[in-house]
Design a protein around this ligand. Structure first.
Ligand code: IVH
Length: 667
């Protein structure tokens, strides 16, 4: 082996060890910086010497952004599920059944039931060759490329004693902290939120782009070995061995030799699970001996040697008093259950979301029903079932989805293939009208000092119907309203006057055009410079702008084609709102960052994040949200996230600070 090859090998094994220490043992022995430097060196060597390429190299864990359809593969052993139990009696029944069938002593292994998405990994000669999702239990998707990005999953096994070929099954999870971070990021980027970590984990695994998967920091916990020639007869002992091969085996598994011990385990974890980094929804009990497992065998759906006990989701029983329907700013209609107030995990619940028509039908809800309300991993409580036994002859009317808008009586439309209903009467439906004005005045849009109650009062008094009407308000108008005095009226007038200085891109955002969020508005403003030019833009000109797709372009065309909107825009212009980029801004524009893609990370002292975003775009650069191969620079402030750092180092992206960035612009 020459010097280069041996350096490559030693870097690889050191990095592998560090990955294991960090992600499996949670016990890092080198600093992030040292790790990054080694990774960078390895990457450079691999690039210069493609002859030593290795798909198992630690550099291969960042995922490529080549998209690929998943291949469907058959499971060698079907992926069955467990039968669920909910009470001590049912566990007792299971235990008795096992005792009767075996007619000899046995041990039970108690484990936590992890609430993620299941995966089956195949190892051959100690190397990860395939990772397949559960699918329908018989066939699943080959998601190997995505799984390889999970740092706690060994690509190559450690230690010894593993069979020539075996499968290991477990759960892919998104830790709570990551789930929160991801949702926060999605909120900022105006993307729909994940309801719970399970959905987020399975959604992530199905991502076609492994680089996106890599950025989400999934984890994998393993609990089931399959194959010939496993080292021991005990499930527990095999898992212990698997731990020594580098797998993350939960260290909370216990061998129990009596039912009492099992109940103690359940009682302990029912409380303690709230302190775990990942979601769990129950306990799994398994007969330890594989020989005994074989004797017990399987039913069509699940093993006879194992059972799941599901923790009580925090649930309450209460009465459904009525269902109301809410209309949002975009016209979407949401059914909401009004409940007899009930205490649920420390808060009083009066309302629960019913989501859509299909869910109401599925529950077969009737007014007056006693319903179960649950607060699971979800943020808003939901109705999970009806206590049909308490229904009497006096059963209330079935809950029907409404046909007409509760606010403006327009016929509702449920678009083909969608579950939601919409009111299309944009210009005549009060909550849509008020919602648009509320959006117009918010801080990040026109920043006019008024809240939803004021919008409501002004609308009810017939003083405003759209954003342009705000600018015709007078002090005497306001004084006709309750609770308004000279002072507050003058304040609003001042605030309206100040809003005339709000820059064009925020005016554009304030209009509330569908799909035109802050980022899109800024891009459009930079590309077209004025409302006038934007109004004249064709579909093609619009989609020519970086990151503006057909959906956004069409929405803009629709908006400007509507005469009512044209009038509003014209009136806003007549009132003196900024309808073009300021001259000074146009002069400040340059091509200094042309063609450069820059990611902003961390917190800054000289200017705000938003100001830096703007500077990048003003100078011809592109501001993007996540680090990829295409990133040229990361503008880093304080507290830049470790994931971004690691990725930057891996991809060799240059990191610059505020001063360096400002220098680039002033050069
Ligand atoms: S054993 C043949 N152990 O629960 C049974 N499953 O309904 C093999 N799960 O699909 C599964 N934690 O996704 C087992 N400690 C655990 C588990 C567990 C979570 C999931 C798994 C499985 C489902 C069974």
């Amino acid at each position: 082996m020459n010097e280069i090859e041996s350096r490559i090998q030693s870097l690889r094994s050191a990095l592998e060890q560090h990955n294991y220490d960090y992600y499996v043992l949670s016990n890092p022995t080198v600093s992030d910086r040292e790790f990054d430097e080694m990774m960078k060196e390895l990457e450079q060597l691999e690039e210069q010497h493609p002859e030593y390429a290795d798909p198992l190299s630690p550099t291969q864990r960042v995922g490529s952004d080549l998209s690929k359809e998943f291949e469907s593969v058959a499971h060698k052993y079907p992926m069955l599920s467990l039968s669920n139990t909910y009470s001590q009696e049912e566990i007792q029944d299971f235990y008795d059944r096992v005792a009767r069938s075996l007619n000899e002593p046995f041990e039970i292994v108690a484990e936590l039931k992890y609430d993620g998405t299941s995966i089956s990994l195949t190892y051959e000669k100690g190397i990860l060759v395939r990772a397949v999702t559960r699918g329908d239990g018989t066939r699943g998707d080959d998601v190997t490329a995505n799984i390889k990005t999970i740092r706690s999953i060994p690509l190559r096994l450690r230690g010894e004693g593993y069979p020539e070929e075996f499968e290991i099954r477990g759960e892919i999870l998104l830790p709570w902290a990551e789930f929160d971070r991801l949702n926060k990021e999605r909120e900022e980027q105006e993307e729909p939120l994940f309801a719970n970590p399970r959905n987020a984990a399975s959604g992530t695994l199905k991502q076609q782009n492994a680089a996106v998967v890599a950025s989400r920091r999934l984890d994998g916990y393993f609990y089931y070995l399959l194959g010939e020639g496993l080292p021991a007869d005990g499930h527990y002992e095999n898992l212990e061995m698997a731990r020594s091969w580098g797998f993350k085996i939960p260290d909370v598994i216990r061998k129990c030799s009596s039912l009492e011990e099992v109940f103690d385990y359940i009682a302990y974890w029912d409380v303690e699970r709230k302190n775990l980094p990942v979601a769990t929804d129950g306990i799994v009990l398994k007969v330890n001996s594989l020989r005994q497992q074989r004797n017990l065998g399987f039913t069509a759906k699940s093993p006879r040697w194992a059972i799941a006990y599901k923790f009580q989701a925090e649930k309450a029983l209460t009465r459904l008093n009525s269902v109301s329907f809410q209309v949002g700013r975009t016209g979407a209609v949401t059914p909401v259950a009004n409940l007899e107030p009930v205490l649920l995990s420390g808060t009083t619940v009066k309302r629960a979301s019913l989501h859509n028509e299909d869910i109401i039908k599925e529950l077969d809800l009737h007014i007056g029903d006693m319903v179960y309300v649950e607060k699971g991993g979800e943020i808003i409580p939901k109705i999970v079932g009806v206590d049909v036994d308490t229904r009497s002859i006096l059963m209330g009317d079935p809950v029907q989805f409404i046909k007409y808008c509760p606010e403006c009586k327009a016929l509702l439309v449920r678009p083909e293939g969608e579950a939601a209903h919409y009111c299309l009467n944009e210009s005549g439906c009060p909550p849509q009208i008020k919602g648009r004005i509320e959006h117009f005045v918010t801080r990040r849009a026109m920043d006019i000092g008024m809240g939803p109650e004021t919008v409501e009062d002004l609308y009810e008094a017939g003083l405003i119907e759209n954003a342009a009407d705000l600018y015709t308000l007078t002090i005497p108008d306001l004084l006709t309203l309750e609770r308004w005095a000279e002072k507050s009226a003058q304040n609003l007038m001042d605030s309206l006057e100040r809003s005339k200085e709000v820059p064009f891109e925020r005016v554009l955002f304030a209009l509330g055009i569908r799909f035109v969020g802050e980022t899109v508005a800024r891009r459009l403003a930079n590309a077209f410079h004025s409302m006038e030019r934007l109004q004249q833009a064709t579909l093609e000109e619009l989609t020519d702008v970086n990151e503006i797709g057909g959906r956004i372009a069409q929405s803009l065309l629709n908006y400007f084609a509507d005469e009512k909107n044209q009038q509003i825009v014209a009136r806003l212009k007549a009132h003196g709102l900024q309808m073009a980029m300021a001259e000074e801004k146009l002069q400040n524009r340059s091509d200094k960052l042309k063609g450069l893609s820059i990611v902003i990370s961390g917190t800054f002292s000289r200017y705000s994040r938003d100001e830096y975003k703007e500077m990048i775009e003003q100078n011809g650069g592109k501001n993007s949200g996540s680090v990829s191969k295409k990133t040229d620079y990361i503008l880093a402030g304080e507290n830049m996230g470790p994931a971004k750092l690691e990725k930057a180092a891996k991809l060799g992206v240059k990191i610059i600070n505020e001063e360096e960035f400002l220098n680039m612009l002033s050069e």
